[in-house]
Design a protein around this ligand. Structure first.
Ligand code: FAD
Length: 222
């Protein structure tokens, strides 16, 4: 897996849960240091009123994320406090009305201005659409939790520069700084190897014994 943000961490966790040994190559010192490094993300459903396949996927992903978040510390790493989207104009109010008609009220429902103000505890210019099971999450905490699996190894300071086909025999070569990826390619995808940043910038001991070009010197006497 390349990248230890939300996408890479979730995919690694999913593969590990299915029995795969997963190596996650991350160019930074740790997970979630780019887009997923935000201290707080809003968790809600971006649905369509037309029952699209994307809406089904979003619903499934929302439930999956909520189940994961329950493993984290509520109030520190996440909270299911609900999310309120204001109906800031007539067009938005109409869009929200259609969504509310299309989905179960336990997922989302319309609030009047008065109801919204009571819920939010502040004065508001309008009512809106309320997602009772929405909330916020600390994405780095979710990434870290998903990477904590005995079948996942996080290899930090591993900047992948290129993916190369490495022969068709199922035994890719391991030239220099090339990471052998034979444990994650799947038939019929040909074996691939991830070419990492040159040795001078490889600092992690994670390379020891795997990629000679990046291997740090052993401590004296070993
Ligand atoms: C300011 C901001 C606010 C946001 N707010 C929300 C929100 O409220 N709610 C919401 O749902 N979404 C929000 N998002 C979107 C959400 O954060 C992103 O969709 C999500 O974090 C993307 O995850 P990712 O794993 O695809 O990317 P990233 O988190 O960027 O992960 C990619 C990882 O891959 C690594 N990588 C990349 N290239 C290489 C390489 N060649 N070799 C090794 N490693 C590599 C990177 O270092 C990084 O760790 C927000 C995004 C931003 C920027």
């Amino acid at each position: 897996m390349i990248g230890a943000g939300l996408a890479g961490s979730a995919t690694a966790a999913s593969l590990a849960a299915r029995g795969w040994q997963v190596s996650v190559l991350e160019r930074h010192a740790g997970p979630a240091q780019e887009a997923s490094g935000n201290p707080q993300g809003v968790l809600y459903l971006k649905l369509s009123a037309h029952g699209t396949a994307l809406s089904q996927l979003i619903l499934a992903g929302f439930g999956y994320t909520r189940r994961w978040l329950h493993r984290l510390q509520r109030g520190i790493d996440w909270d299911g406090c609900g999310v309120l989207q204001l109906a800031f104009d007539e067009q938005e109010a109409a869009r929200q009305g259609k969504l509310a008609a299309a989905f179960d009220p336990s997922l989302l429902h319309v609030l009047t201005q008065e109801e919204a103000q009571t819920l939010a505890g502040i004065g508001l210019p309008s009512g809106g659409l309320f997602y009772p099971e929405g909330g916020w999450a600390h994405p780095p905490a979710l990434c870290r939790a998903q990477l904590e699996h005995p079948r996942i190894r996080l290899l930090s300071h591993a900047n992948v520069l290129e993916l190369r086909k490495a022969g068709g025999s199922g035994r890719p070569g391991t030239p220099g700084n090339c990471w052998p990826a034979r444990h994650w390619w799947c038939w019929p995808v040909p074996p691939m190897c991830a070419v990492l940043q040159p040795a001078r910038s490889c600092r992690s001991s994670a390379f020891a014994g795997r990629s000679p070009a990046c291997q740090p010197p052993l401590p004296a006497g070993r």
